[in-house]
Design a protein around this ligand. Structure first.
Ligand code: 13P
Length: 253
């Protein structure tokens, strides 16, 4: 049985004062972590103080990115070892915004996945799908190839520490339509089948797969009811603490 995982992704929003204020509203009001995990991906600058601020609570703080080397002359980058020292458990890798705006290709994404695993951090590997690919009915080749390349040289044992997220960029951000629950489930199912082929049926049954792209109060419950969707990555709707709290209690939405 895969435990639901709800992740808010703040991207580059908020100041540290706003971040602490938000976390104070949320950290002691979460569901039982034995039944559902709740995480917040926050800008690197906030990681240390928010990890301290949430210590002993059910709210886990997650990194939005890291580099693929442990150390070196890489101005502006963040070492996965430094994240581990802070006690960070998860890091988002290969978000479509990183792929599109910062030119991260499949090779870079795979190096980051490997570096995170080597450092003892669990990657959330994001798989994108553009509108062009969708219109050209190219979903299968596109999504499957990102899963295959993202997981190069990841053993089945290591895969147990990987979460995959289906995040079609056509559904991300205001002004875009979320995938319907059926479309989102289809993407997650495709990822699960790819993992079954690459590894085993058991590995595919175990791996958690999230959907991200305009998840909101109106659609979260329907998305979470789908068989292959084990959780969600929430961008804009996670920025408001009260809304996020309602979303983690999605059964009542
Ligand atoms: P939105 O929820 O704002 O569409 O963002 C989704 C996302 O990118 C989560 O990682």
């Amino acid at each position: 049985m895969r435990k639901p995982l709800i992740v808010g992704n703040w991207k580059m929003y908020k100041t540290i004062t706003e971040a602490v204020d938000y976390v104070d509203q949320v950290k002691d009001a979460l569901p039982d972590p034995a039944k559902e995990e709740v995480e917040l991906a926050v800008p690197t600058l906030f990681l240390e103080s928010l990890v301290e601020h949430t210590r002993g609570t059910a709210l886990k703080i997650v990194a939005e990115n890291c580099f693929y080397q442990d150390e070196g002359a890489f101005t502006g980058e963040t070492s996965p070892l430094a994240l581990r020292e802070l006690g960070i458990k998860h890091v988002i890798i290969g978000h479509s915004e990183r792929r599109r705006l910062f030119f991260e290709d499949d090779t870079t994404v795979n190096k980051k996945v490997r570096a995170a695993l080597n450092a003892g951090i669990c990657p959330i590997l994001c798989v994108d799908e553009t509108m062009k690919r969708k219109q050209e009915h190219d979903k299968i080749v596109w999504v499957v190839s990102q899963v295959i390349s993202g997981l190069q040289q990841v053993s089945e044992e290591e895969l147990a520490r990987v979460t995959v997220a289906y995040e079609p960029s056509w559904a991300i951000g205001s002004g875009n339509e979320a995938a319907t629950p059926a479309e989102a489930n289809e993407g997650c199912y495709l990822i699960r089948q790819t993992i079954a082929h690459l590894y085993s049926e058991q590995a595919a049954e175990r791996v958690r797969i999230l959907y991200g792209g305009s998840v909101n109060l109106a659609n979260i419950k329907l998305l979470m009811q789908k068989d292959d969707i084990d959780g969600v990555l929430i961008g804009r709707a996670s920025l408001d603490a009260a809304t996020f709290l309602k979303m983690v209690n999605y059964q009542s939405c």
